[in-house]
Ligand binder design. Structure first.
Ligand SMILES: Cc1cc2nc3c(=O)[nH]c(=O)nc-3n(C[C@H](O)[C@H](O)[C@H](O)COP(=O)(O)OP(=O)(O)OC[C@H]3O[C@@H](n4cnc5c(N)ncnc54)[C@H](O)[C@@H]3O)c2cc1C
Length: 422
């Protein structure tokens, strides 16, 4: 790995911008974001294009395997297992630019950073993930981590989720799901089922009212999976409330306020008392993408849903949670998308055209933890058709799939995906 401090690059070429503007540092392939998508795609490109010049820009010092946060939230894994230092996951011979991108000038093939640097590229891969809008819920950002208000959507609060679960012996537990797009469609439920099973095993579940409050209208988009989820919901006595979108948190009174929707309109408001409130916060496209020429009307990087190439700028690709493709935003999707982006860029460099054999079908996967040793592995495509990887009925709670999630997939991630091998 080559660590670069702003413009004093080791492998990037510096050129003076036309009209005597500031220096621009050039890289053949520039990647915005060193998360699951950015690192996977860099590692794979590095293997396929031996003499390429690849750089990743990311302001973070840390990299996380987020899918284990639902298990860490009930103490089944240590949260530290999900963490690596960014410099330890940047592939060899890839330049790491420790800075944040703040803007895009795609007509000039330039990106701008917070430190005021300009970078040019032949190919740009945009993968900065999804933005978590903690501040969109009044009362939430100040109160999270206190008063029984917790979330597995942040490394910082994962241990507090476990503390809340372990300390609750009676009362009301609310688990929210927003009506925005969000990453891992199953996580708001996974933590609820795992918490409920923890309470069942302790013998206190009968004293706890568990409520799933969702801004959506259904429990899960794939009908077979929705049917299978009736089992854990019944087992733990969970009460479901759809079209209930968390609007405000009153931490001192321990009250969650919901907007109630009908036909797309807010028709009512409701207050619910809680002893524990697990929040899946609203999310959106990152502001610096939304406010740029590469965004679609909703703010996501506007790419073709099968090629992942930008619809207006053919030298730009996007994958992961920031892309406009209408798939479930998951790391599993990233794994499939990586192959498409890498093949297309390699093909463009070597043959001047996209790889005609590569097409992303919307694959996403959601390993739905439903209890200790129980998991429904939902795998599906753009049309919510089930696309099972194993020759078993996956729409069923299985111990084998739980082992896959807890033991196998993390190894596949660190040693396969992030090394360009999966
Ligand atoms: C609780 C939880 C449970 C999950 N469970 C699962 C699961 O079971 N299975 C599954 O497949 N997926 C799961 N996911 C989803 C999965 O983690 C994400 O879909 C995946 O990480 C997306 O990869 P990404 O690279 O797009 O974004 P990320 O991995 O989030 O990385 C984005 C990167 O971009 C960087 N960045 C941000 N802003 C800028 C900027 N301005 N300039 C440069 N870089 C920037 C960030 O610092 C970060 O390093 C889960 C997620 C959570 C939170």
């Amino acid at each position: 790995m080559l660590v670069m401090s702003a413009i004093r690059t080791v492998s990037g070429k510096q050129v003076l911008k036309k009209n005597s503007g500031p220096y621009v540092t050039h890289h053949q392939i520039l990647i915005v974001g060193g998360g699951s998508a950015g690192i996977s795609v860099a590692a794979s490109l590095r293997k396929k294009l031996k003499h390429s010049d690849i750089a990743i820009i990311d302001p973070a010092k840390d990299h996380f395997y987020q899918p284990l946060w639902t298990l860490a939230g009930v103490g089944l894994v240590e949260k530290e297992e999900t963490h690596r230092r960014m410099e330890d996951v940047i592939p060899d011979d890839v330049v790491f630019i420790h800075d944040a991108v703040t803007g895009f000038q795609p007509d000039e093939k330039l990106v701008i950073t917070r430190n005021g640097e300009l970078f040019s590229y032949e190919y740009l891969i945009v993968a900065p993930g999804i933005q978590i809008d903690w501040d969109a819920i009044p009362g939430l950002s100040d109160a999270i981590g206190t008063n029984g208000i917790c979330s597995v959507y942040s490394y910082r609060y994962v241990d507090y989720v476990n503390e809340c679960v372990q300390n609750l012996n009676r009362g009301t537990a609310l688990f929210t799901q927003p009506n925005t797009k969000f990453k891992c469609g199953g996580a708001p439920q996974k933590i609820m089922y795992m918490a409920s099973d923890t309470w069942r095993r302790k013998g206190v579940l009968n004293n706890i009212d568990v409520h799933f409050t969702s801004g959506g209208s259904i429990i899960f988009g794939v009908p077979e999976v929705a049917e299978a989820l009736k089992a854990p919901i019944e087992r733990y006595g969970i009460k479901t409330h759809f079209l209930h979108n968390l609007k405000e948190v009153k931490p001192d009174d321990k009250i969650a306020v919901y907007d109630i929707y009908k036909d797309g309109e807010v028709v009512d408001q409701k207050e619910m008392k809680f002893d524990m409130l697990h929040v899946t916060p609203p999310m959106s496209a990152p502001d610096f993408v939304r406010n740029s020429p590469i965004a679609d009307a909703e703010g996501w990087v506007e790419v073709h849903k099968h090629t992942l190439q930008h619809v207006r700028y053919p030298d730009i690709f996007s994958l992961g949670d920031a892309g406009s493709t209408p798939n479930a935003k998951t790391g599993a999707a990233v794994r499939k998308q990586t192959k498409v982006v890498v093949s297309n860029i390699v093909s463009l460099i070597n043959r001047g055209k996209l790889d005609p054999n590569m097409s992303y079908d919307g694959y996403g996967s959601c390993p739905l933890l439903t209890g200790y040793g129980k998991l429904i592995l939902a795998e599906f495509d753009y049309d919510n058709n089930m696309t099972p990887s194993f020759p078993v009925n996956q729409a069923k709670e299985r111990w084998s799939m739980y082992v896959l999630k807890k033991e196998v997939l993390p190894r596949l991630y660190w040693h396969g995906m992030l090394k360009g091998r999966a």
